[in-house]
Write a new protein. Structure first.
Length: 117
């Protein structure tokens, strides 16, 4: 069972920055994909950014140019640097990983990000 622990959320003013972290209990080479998703109140969960084990990165159009996904293999940690935050970025942000050899994705418990106008 993979454990994912997110941190770094909080309250920030519009235009500010936050960096989210997701610490995994296993080596990140165990995962085909790692990613960040978010869910705002009353809305469905949506993809923010993903990074494949081999390197390709994908961003939602709404965050391109403002958010950067990265990983640190030595720390088994996934990051999301969020800049120029907007009120519409307010949501619970979840880390998720897809196991390399199949099976369902694992999810973290989520971290709240609130952007005030």
């Amino acid at each position: 069972q993979v454990q994912l622990v997110e941190s770094g959320g909080g309250l920030v003013q519009a235009g500010g920055s936050l960096r989210l972290s997701c610490a995994a209990s296993e080596s990140i080479v165990s995962f085909n994909f790692m990613g960040w998703y978010r869910q705002a109140p009353g809305k469905q969960r949506e993809l923010v950014a993903t990074i494949a084990r081999t390197g390709p990165i994908n961003y939602a159009d709404s965050v391109k140019g403002r958010m950067t996904i990265s990983r640190d293999g030595a720390k088994n940690t996934l990051y999301l640097q969020m800049n120029i935050l907007k009120p519409e970025d307010t949501a619970v942000y979840y880390c998720s990983v897809a196991p390399r050899y199949g099976g369902s994705n694992y999810w973290g418990q989520g971290t709240q990000v609130t952007v005030s106008s």
